[in-house]
Design a protein around this ligand. Structure first.
Ligand SMILES: [Zn+2]
Length: 239
């Protein structure tokens, strides 16, 4: 049975002075290796829309990989995008709409810059897809229904207005969601939502609970190849 794999990145860059306790930083050199490998090993890097079609059973056959970047850090613009452009790989970046051009204030340990509208507009013109990662990066399952709805619909409407494009994709902050969150994401009109649950995507999976493979600082070349070329991630599936 064919499988698709959605890779989850956060930072592409050097870790801050205080270190990288969460392992969110992939070095630019490692990122270049990872993208080079996708190209030379013959993977087809597809936009997230194609993963939605694949989950719905409408596409498949190729060895599909999709690239996602959470939070919208400035280092996506500086370090990741030049490599993606070189290979003409599509990608999706999930933005926190209240914090565009500011800092990731939800993260106490490692405050870093988020892309501003100039960067986002330039990337949009280069073909990068943007999705919503809420307005304020909350734990969605802890919110009352009206706040939950506002985070989902407010961020979508704002991005659609600024980008002048439909915003079909969503990313649950902290990978935190429950059945009410999924129902609200569907109600808000998202076609696909990504989680932090591990595993490859199979035809028939719920497009609003898409699994990903977390590429992080500890993902050495051996682990990277294992994730792409074996059922390693599927064995980590769990719940
Ligand atoms: Zn996030």
């Amino acid at each position: 049975m064919s499988r698709a794999i959605v890779l989850m990145y956060h930072h592409v860059g050097s870790p801050p002075r205080g270190g990288d306790p969460l392992g969110l930083y992939v070095s630019p050199g490692m990122f270049r290796f990872q993208m080079w490998h996708l190209k030379t090993a013959g993977f087809t890097v597809v936009p997230l829309a194609e993963i939605a079609d694949f989950a719905a059973g409408r596409s498949g056959g190729k060895r599909m990989v999709s690239l996602t970047f959470d939070d919208g850090y400035q280092d996506f613009f500086d370090n990741a995008f030049p490599v993606l452009r070189k290979y003409r790989f599509p990608s999706t970046v999930f933005l926190v709409t209240d914090l565009i051009g500011r800092e990731n204030s939800w993260e106490a340990e490692d405050r870093t810059r988020l892309m501003d509208w100039d960067a986002i507009t330039e990337l949009k013109e280069e073909g990068v897809t943007f999705g919503s990662h809420t307005m304020t990066h909350p734990f969605l399952s802890r919110l009352p229904a009206d706040r939950l709805r506002a985070e989902l619909t407010g961020s979508k409407a704002y991005l659609e207005d600024r980008l002048r494009l439909p915003v079909d994709f969503f990313c649950y902050p902290y990978g935190d969601y429950d059945s009410a969150t999924v129902a609200a994401a569907k109600q808000a009109g998202y076609r696909l939502a990504v989680t932090t649950k591990r595993g490859r995507v199979r035809a028939g999976d719920d497009p609003l609970q898409v699994r990903r493979s977390f590429i992080r600082a500890q993902t050495n070349p051996f682990l990277y190849l294992l994730r792409l070329h074996s059922g390693y991630e599927d064995r980590k599936r769990g719940g």
